[in-house]
Design a protein around this ligand. Sequence first.
Ligand code: DGJ
Length: 727
Amino acid sequence: MSIAFHAERQSFKLDTAGSSYIIKIHHNGFLSCVYYGAYIPDDNLTDFERRHVYASFSAWPPGTEPYTFTPDTCPMEIGCNGGCDMRQSSVRVRNADGNAVSDFRYVSHRIEAGKPAIPGLPALYENEPGDCETLVITTRDETTGAEMDLYYTVFTKHAAMTRAAVIRNASDKDLEIEQALSFCLDLNRSDFDLISLHGKHMQERDFCRRPIGHGIQGIYSRRGSSGHQFNPFIALIDRSGNEDRGGAYGFNLVYSSNFKALTEVDYNGSTRVIMGLGDDDFGWRLAPGESFYTPEAVLVYSNEGLGGMSRTFHRLYNENLVRGDWKRRHRPLLINNWEGTYFDFDEEKLFAIAKWAKETGLEMFVMDDGWFGKRDDDTSGLGDWFVNENKIHGGLPALVKRVKDLGLKFGIWFEPEMISPDSDLFREHPDWAIHVPNRPSSIGRHQLILDMTREDVRDYIFGRMYDIISSTGADYVKWDFNRNMTEAGSALLPPDRQKEFYHRYILGVYALIDRLLTAFPHLLLEGCSGGGGRYDPGMMYYSPQIWCSDNTDALSRVDVQFGSSLCYPASVQGAHVSASPRASYETKRNVAMWGSFGYELDPAKISEEARAEIRTQIADYHRYYDLIHFGDLYRLISPWDDPYKAAWQFVDPEKTETLVTVLIKFMMRERNFFLRLKGLDPDAYYRLDENGEVYSGALLMNAGLNLSFMPNEDGFSKTFHFTKVEA
Ligand code: DGJ
């Protein structure tokens, strides 16, 4: 059994495929985390339940004998605001009396097979019966009548669990939720390093590792999207831990808007981790009988360092997050015209690209920005989702038919959430743009954002997208989002509900995408936000691939891919070969093959040699598709460890083949280079494709590949493919 309740000890034990989590119900109804970490067989942790109680100034809650218990020093499952627990709170509910004190205590629980969906929000799901089990603990604040259900789902095939909460107003007065995080977790130690992913446009998900210490450290977004600047992911790893060794906890929020993730080391040396939707400028009015659902957070534990943690996330997301028609299907090898033409194209130029793509062996043509409204640059046209016949003479269906007659699929770009001030849509409906009264709106990339909290706005955009997709038979949509949110308010929300705006906005976006995918269940959606500005599991639930970065220079983009791999599998990572000048086409291909692969160039603008080279590149992508998308990733040399070179490796789950890629970013100073592989069967033998040499797995993992005589040139790269042979 994955979740067990011990009535006598009043504790729960939640086991995943590799971790245990133990919760204690105290005599006074408070809930504590007694243990979370590697799987342990023991379920009697009575000795671990005891914590130092007396601490000068800490208070004990009503109904508790003095000096026997205080939430201030206990590992709490809920960080209640306004009571004895003085650390960062995870929930704050303001009541009709005007105060925001809450005191949620255990009422009841139930254990269910499977995993319930979260209304309106993306969430991991059960693949087949037996995959998941869920514990729901109901708690109640007697004074206000607020109730909070804590949801814990364990995965039986992965060392992973999810946590979320539902706050219910079981009173007869309105409540105001000011903070509703997805979880609060108190670990018994603080000897961890914190890892997070930061960045900016063109340089997303850079790796940052630092020791945690007393006080607060963390990341957040207030941009109205998860953002380029911080990904909604953090990890805590043992100080001595590394890529292969040590305990590593990974936390990831399934949400695409404002968030926060904090660690706090308290005065007793424990570490609190909280994560959830951002509570700056957040509020939610909850009428009697209403419920509020938090997004869910994913918690992964690995005893095999960061590598093990990442592989668990990858398998989990491939199996239990990505969904729909394209889940495990080979996605079409595409060519996108953006970097090839930008806004400067007509139907003949596009058709010429498509024709070359077909002759070269590609499978889909994607028409990017600029095909609609008045859109010759980025200053106008967003919202006017009608084809611009001055560019696409003869209309869209005619162009799409020509492309499809070649035997290609057709994809199309939209930025559905945006509106240009210079657009017919804005002239007709200025109040459809988000704004606040009496204050001019700031412009980002010359555009405003549509108010997705409004049903009429969503209906209109759905109608336009529906018309375009159904009249052309488009197979793929690239869904872009190109600015941060400012002056965030809706013309339809009353003043006392404007604080609900950010969350209502993303709920509106999710509803719109869901409606589109229901109408077109075979549509392949590629998420995008100026590259990877909304590269989060919330979006991955809808779009099985996301354009990872606008940076297509292989030598620097590879760093973005390394950072992204901390949490996200190769299958979700849109990665293209472009005409960027710094690397050879072979290197660009080798880097882009680590993802959902494609080309982004105008073949008329590259050399005949480059075109010929591309023709030879495609077979390998098909050949290694499953290995890369669904195999296990080993980061052999990461940019955060070595500025000169990078190496990564995929191994199939049965350990019968492996693909190793080595990249020299800058000429190495030290010439002895033995690359030790990972994840192979030490007792098996593997043949290297290129020369037929056979090596034992043990040799490859211990002595390594001797690369000392490989060309030591900036931008040189090489792949090595090994197949297991009978000894
Ligand atoms: C930003 C995206 O990341 C690019 O790939 C491209 O689609 C442009 N927007 C188009 O405006």
